[in-house]
Design a protein around this ligand. Sequence first.
Ligand code: SF4
Length: 684
Amino acid sequence: MHGAGTPDKKVKTTCPFCGVGCNYDLNVKDGKVIGVTSNLTSAVNGRLTCVKGRFGTDYVHSPERLTTPLIKKNGEFVAASWDEALDLVAAKFNEIKQAHGSDALAAISSARCVNEENYLMQKFMRAVIGTNNVDHCARVCHAPTVAGLAATFGSGASTNSINEISDDKVIFLIGGNPTEAHPVVGAKIRQACRKGAKLIVADPRKIELAAKADIFMQLKPGTDIALINGLMRIILKAGWHDQEFIKNCTTDFDKMAAVVEKYTPEYVEGITGVPQHLLLEAAKIYATAERAAIFYTLGITEHTCGTDNVMSLANLAMLTGNVGKLNAGVNPLRGQNNVQGSCDMGALPNVYSGYQKVTDPQAREKFEKAWGVKLPDKVGMMLPDMFDAAVSGKLKAMYVMGEDPVLTDGNTHHVHKGFESLEFLVVQNIFMTETGKLADVILPAASFAEKDGSFTNCERRVQRVRKAIEPIGDSRPDWEIIRDLSNKMGYSMSYTHASEIMDEMASLSPMFAGLSFERIDEKGLQWPVPDKEHPGTQYLHKDGNFTHGKGIFKAIEHQPPAEEPDAEYPLLLTTGRILYHYNITTAGYSKNLTAHRPEERVMIHPGDAKSLGISDQDTVTVSSRRGSVQAKAWVTSAVLPGGIWMSFHYPASPTNQITSGAYDKITKTYEYKACAAKVEKTAV
Ligand code: SF4
């Protein structure tokens, strides 16, 4: 609890902090959220919550909330009425559209916002503006998951369910640290271990679960494909592969097998640094189990080979028949609370809701008929394209909802320059962000506690977000703002409740056709849910029936990171999350949580620290080819010699000013997990 007194009411809702999607009760007194208590009817978490969910919602009443629209005049923000602000935005968007065409505008939607708002943002950009230039932060995290699992399994989402974890018998965790980033999943993995599950962990850092693991493979960053190919070669040589599953349910096995042939244990040890005996033991545990589940997060996706990494994991699961059944599968733990949903809703430049392609004439015709407009047939810009186009002058205006790319995207100097180059920038958020400071107009949004809607968690469960209090100040739910702006621009939207938006989305999206607020009220529903009687889908690809027919093996070679250490920048930097923080800590974010870890710390191996004359807690400067930031040294053998690790949570130490601007060749997801850097003790 972060307030005092007995609540007047408790409102069950979905946590806004991570993709696990815990439900709990917001305790409300005198129109204010005073705390959070467990709700035992919660489908995903029951009684469990983590420190973020339990104590982090104090941000709702932060004095730093935006409470009125702001218009920049002579370089200063001036308070404005909603009519003034929306009239200005509508006029400028129309003017730019007339002068430069629809593709001169772009929008960034938000994985923090509810599904209905993401659906409406992509509809606004497509139907009202006339462009497919809409994207969101999945681009900088799990876009490779969507692309990689769609290419191999036909469906770009987690195959299995969170409640299976505590009964899993073998868990292979790679490139993820759920204890801190997805704490309730971390707790369920520990439960499984207590019940006798075997745990294999592969990570460049000794994360907490490494200590619980039967096998810990501390691989060099960016060597996942070599590791997975090595495991597959061992499995094939030992005859532990599932020949029936491969024959009946998959294609292109031979191409994959030919490529992995050269990944001998010795060769793989040379690339990854993982001793051969650990490879052999890990392969045996995973492949000889009756069922084995893979879990991963951004350590897999945020590489120049992120999509290939994901497809490699899909290869491993198909090779051993570990798909299409309980306690198995390939399970990406999505980062933000609604990053699954914002992809599902079509806040992407290539698809409408339900992953219906904008290039598919039939899909386009359906949406044209429903929305009463002619729609663009060309795939829109991805996030990095938007910043390039802004810098070059091709993109003139952007509408940014609920994100702060100036701090979150890779090589943020370039992102900053992109925003500065625009003719007109609109930022819609609950706080003033670094991106917001560059805006021409600020539109104050309501937080999750102040609106109705739904979030979709990382196991595809669509769950209710319920309004507990009135919007703070003059803020409004994002969907209302988009609706009102659309009306000002001459395209009529008449929604009076978020449920009407879900109904429209469901009527146009076959995989979500069975969704409605009524049906998701109690426990939510896991998609696909193709009709109003369908009970939802606990696990995908049952009995090896993949979404697009047969599972497709991909032949994938190891690819080194875009930037490797050299004489000038001799260390390899990787980044990630810590327990108390939630992505970028904007001003106004939970004081309860930030008090626990108020500043950035850079992990450095004791051997490297000694040779650089650095002691624990020294202030150091971490530099790459793109810039420098300061942080406190954390001397620890949790990282490998030659490796350093930082989080990305602190505006005062903006790690992404030094991370790489290189990105995955398929999805343009930045390579946050590997860049060359150096560390120097800061002179005092
Ligand atoms: Fe919220 Fe994630 Fe913590 Fe659950 S695990 S309470 S969803 S932050």
